[in-house]
Design a protein around this ligand. Structure first.
Ligand code: ADP
Ligand code: ADP
Ligand code: ZN
Ligand code: ZN
Length: 851
């Protein structure tokens, strides 16, 4: 390559100069990257883009930040590691927006994460309509997460436990002595409670239903806990006489009503068995005092434009904007029914202006279909990243470098323009924006491109090109160039005939989230893509509509790949009220015998599960270590090489490889364990080597390198090839499951699935399988899916990349808009048919891809 300095023509241009970067696979690269610009980092998966953008540039900025805020953080920096680079000059402070899911707290919502909720609470406090005579509340009184605001009955959970009558008294023909009160304890304590009732004048030998209603209610529901005299060895009649005569009882006992007994036992018993038994008499119901709204009644009574704060929080943001805009209209608040004094009107307009200002970047990024109360844990990783991006715009930072991981993930081409507007506004307000990206439209919008590669892993790690986009046109060896400038990837497409499928599957009246009585049908034995703007309902259809209805229909035939992902342990009260999918499925019964959802959900929630354990290749690798002569001599079995088994693992970090470091004023960070150097194993285990490598060395290998290392081992190679086929050659075998992006987790699952023998009667459902993939990798992945279909299976994907949509057999376009403005089938047919439909927002983009 000829050495031309792309900065030569504009010497005044500010730049970040990186010298000698060697992080991961980077081959001691030197590169100058402009500041105050949009810069795209491109290259095939595993080429080293992230190692440069995140590992080196962001890593170094973070190290400097630590050093500047906390001199004592030296130790931390030593542990977290310094990027392997000779020098970086001209580097501004950095903010990273990675895709990896860092589990936000369960209670974090769109409103709290974007701080819009704070302004809304202020607005209700200051200018809400209060009931006559009610005192003005503080902003905190409108938060379900504060003691002041939470509904006192359910403590802000929206649901409460109830002990229903039919569980307390399953058979009312029994007497109390015959244990009509089933929820009461048995044995000694039960006898004592029965004796208490005798002393209190109850007849415990008549059927429960024959007791007077007020007496029954008292036994079941009293909150009192009276001390009752207990006489043993006397008949009920004698007991009553003794009580009346004031005879000294044998002892006094505390009486507890049935409901109170169940609740107290559940909340306070030391015995897990007792708590469990009590739970059997309880159900969780919507809180009767707040109606599930989680807020105290005084706060719910305050309204704005007729809605309480929880109602506004549940609206799509687009509707909140419309509601608030009314306030800015001339004449608002000047007349009944909401007449306000001028100073209040002014305050309202200020707060509303502030609120609209905060909502604008969020709705601009195509997230107007979300509501403020939506928990962030239910957002897709792309939605989460865009929400964070919107929040950054609001923070009005300048002089910062933003490092983003695939900001276009999950975006329909029609939404891309809005994303670019936000990125440009960050740049124009004095920031630098670096992004790792695969979407050709977003790459083309950059002022500068840094193309890394040319290949992955050891075949990559060099700067193929750094300069203005147009200059890449002449760089032969760039994989990106082929797609950026002629779309086809340089190689003529294999022209397939569109399949029409051998039968159809029909779903009718599907209802879930924004899908309202939708009917769709898909060809079986064909490849279908679901398209539509973000929020139109694609994920809902592929993750719930199709599998839920088929599961109901095929019941026993269904089998999920996702079963391994551990559910989050949680209190049943924390769970949302269950949401159901309704509708009907019909189709030939024997054509789909298995439904496999390959989702982007994490493959495991602990660092103990990783790519090698999930795919099963680790079992094979461990047995190879156990078979070495030294291991046999020491009698180390295969389990010794698992970091989950005490004999083999590091005793300090218990095989996690990481320890938590608590920092004053900073979030807790995980740092490599110093005892084992992050290897997870104890010294003795690490003394065993297989062809020169320890078990920890092998876990650190990328899939590509491991493929070379185990070349002779057909069984292991077969596993690794499956991972290579889905473009995961760059992932290390020990990469912890919690650090995989949604797209990577999905591809790991897909690899396990592709390795199985194809059966020809399976329906595969994939939500955005190409996210995070370079067009070259995405072509390869789609090739595999095409082969599954050639084998008689059915594949349905959600897809935004029109290059892919142009290749499928059938397209279902949802929309027309997002949220309530979507949820309909706008067009369905072959790609050519959908491309010709004027009412589809996808059509023009699809048409361009078909041309
Ligand atoms: P890209 O962002 O282009 O997909 P990466 O920068 O993530 O590529 O990876 C480049 C190379 O570095 C790959 O070969 C990958 O296996 C390796 N690599 C990535 N992360 C690590 C890590 N934490 N430890 C060791 N190697 C890594
Ligand atoms: P797409 O996949 O097309 O981007 P989704 O299916 O994710 O769209 O969302 C469709 C609609 O359903 C949106 O209005 C979204 O806010 C809503 N929605 C999706 N998931 C949930 C959820 N877990 N809870 C409430 N609403 C949801
Ligand atoms: Zn409540
Ligand atoms: Zn350790």
């Amino acid at each position: 390559m000829t050495e031309i300095d792309p900065f030569a023509e504009s010497p005044g241009l500010q730049r970040v100069t990186v010298r000698g970067a060697r992080e991961h696979n980077l081959r001691s690269i030197d590169v100058d990257i402009p500041r105050d610009a949009l810069v795209a980092f491109t290259g095939v998966s595993g080429s080293g883009k992230s190692s440069l953008a995140f590992g080196t540039i962001y890593g170094e900025a973070q190290r400097r930040f630590f050093e500047s805020v906390a001199p004592y953080a030296r130790r931390l920096i030593d542990q977290v590691g310094v990027p392997d680079v000779d020098s970086i000059d001209g580097l501004p402070p950095a903010v990273a927006l990675p895709q990896r899911r860092s589990g936000g707290t369960a209670r974090s919502s769109v409103g709290s994460a974007t701080t819009v909720a704070n302004v809304l609470r202020m607005l209700y406090s200051r200018i809400g309509t209060y009931p006559p005579g009610a005192p003005m509340l503080f902003a905190e009184d409108f938060s379900t997460n504060t003691v002041q605001g939470a509904c006192p009955t359910c403590h802000g959970l929206g649901r409460v436990y109830d002990v229903p009558l039919e569980l307390m008294v399953p058979d009312d023909s029994l007497s109390i002595r015959e244990r009509a009160l089933a929820a009461w304890p048995t044995a000694w304590h039960g006898k004592q409670l029965q004796d208490s009732l005798i002393s209190l004048g109850y007849d415990i030998d008549v059927p429960w239903r024959d007791l007077p209603a007020d007496k029954r209610d008292w036994v079941l529901y009293t909150q009192e806990s009276p001390q009752v005299p207990i006489f043993t060895d006397r008949s009920p009649k004698e007991v009553r006489k003794a009580v009346a005569a004031g005879v000294e009882p044998r002892y006094m006992s505390t009486f507890l009503g049935v409901k109170r007994y169940v609740m107290d036992t559940f909340a306070g018993s030391k015995s897990a068995r007792m708590r469990e038994k009590a739970a059997g008499f309880m159900v969780s119901v919507r809180c009767p005092s707040c109606g599930g709204k989680r807020l105290k009644p005084e706060a719910l009574a305050v309204t704005f434009e007729g809605a309480d704060i929880t109602e506004v929080s549940a609206m799509p943001l687009d509707d909140v904007v419309r509601l608030m805009e009314k306030v800015l209209a001339p004449g608002w608040g000047a007349s009944a029914p909401h007449e306000l004094p001028p100073e209040k009107r002014l305050a309202a307009q200020r707060l509303v202006t502030e609120l609209l200002g905060r909502l604008a970047p969020i709705t601009d990024l195509g997230l107007g279909y979300l509501s403020l109360d939506r928990t962030t844990s239910t957002l897709s990783s792309g939605e989460l990243q865009r929400m964070r991006l919107a929040t950054q715009v609001l923070s009005r930072l300048f002089g910062v470098v933003f490092v983003l991981d695939e900001p276009s993930a999950g975006l329909h081409p029609a939404d891309t323009e809005a994303l670019l507007r936000i990125l440009r506004s960050l740049r124009d307000s004095g920031n630098t924006v670096y992004y790792v990206e695969h979407s050709l439209d977003v790459i083309r919008a950059a002022d500068w491109i840094v193309d890394i590669g040319p290949g992955a892993g050891a075949d990559g790690g060099t700067v193929v090109y750094s300069g203005e986009i147009d200059g890449l046109r002449d760089v032969e060896k760039s994989a990106t160039r082929r797609y950026l400038f002629d779309g086809s990837g340089g190689e003529p497409r294999e022209k397939r005939a569109r399949r029409s499928g051998d039968a159809r599957l029909t779903l009718e009246d599907v209802r879930r989230n924004n899908l309202a009585d939708v009917s769709v049908s898909f060809p079986l034995g064909a490849f279908t893509a679901i398209t539509g703007v973000s929020g139109s309902g694609k994920s809902t259809l592929i993750n719930h509509g199709i599998p839920d209805l088929l599961r109901a229909d095929l019941a026993s035939r269904t089998d999920e790949v996702d079963d391994e992902s551990e559910p989050l342990a949680q209190d049943p009260l924390d769970a949302e009220a269950p949401v159901a999918t309704t509708g009907r499925a019909s189709g030939p019964a024997d054509r789909v015998r298995r439904v496999v959802q390959v989702t982007q959900k994490p493959i495991g929630r602990t660092p103990r599960s990783n790519v090698a354990t999930y795919t099963g290749v680790f079992d094979r690798i461990r047995s190879r270590f156990a078979a070495t002569p030294e291991a046999r001599r020491r009698r180390y079995g295969a389990s010794r090489f698992s970091f989950n088994v005490a004999s083999g693992r590091c005793p300090v970090c218990k095989g996690e490889g990481m320890i938590e470091v608590e920092l004053l004023f900073l979030p807790t960070v995980h740092a490599p364990c110093t005892a084992c150097g992050g290897t997870r194993y104890n010294q003795e285990t690490l003394e065993i080597r297989l062809n020169g490598k320890t078990i920890a060395d092998v876990l650190a290998l990328s899939v590509t390198s491991a493929r070379a290392f185990f070349e002779e081992d057909a069984e292991i190679v077969q596993h690794l090839d499956a991972l290579l086929d889905v473009g995961l050659g760059y992932i290390s075998l020990g990469q912890s499951a919690t650090e995989l992006s949604g797209g990577e987790a999905q591809r790991v699952k897909l690899a396990s699935e592709l390795r199985r023998a194809p059966r020809g009667d399976t329906l595969y459902l994939l939500d955005e399988p190409t996210s995070g993939l370079h067009p070259a990798d995405s072509d390869r992945l789609i090739g595999h899916l095409q082969r599954l279909v050639d084998g008689g299976n059915t594949v349905i994907v959600v897809e935004h990349d029109m290059r892919v949509v142009a290749e499928v057999d059938w397209v279902i376009d949802l929309g027309p808009g997002a949220g309530d403005a979507g949820g309909q089938v706008v067009a369905a047919g072959t790609p050519e048919e959908v491309a010709g439909r004027a009412e589809s927002r996808t059509a023009p983009f699809l048409q361009a891809a078909l041309a």
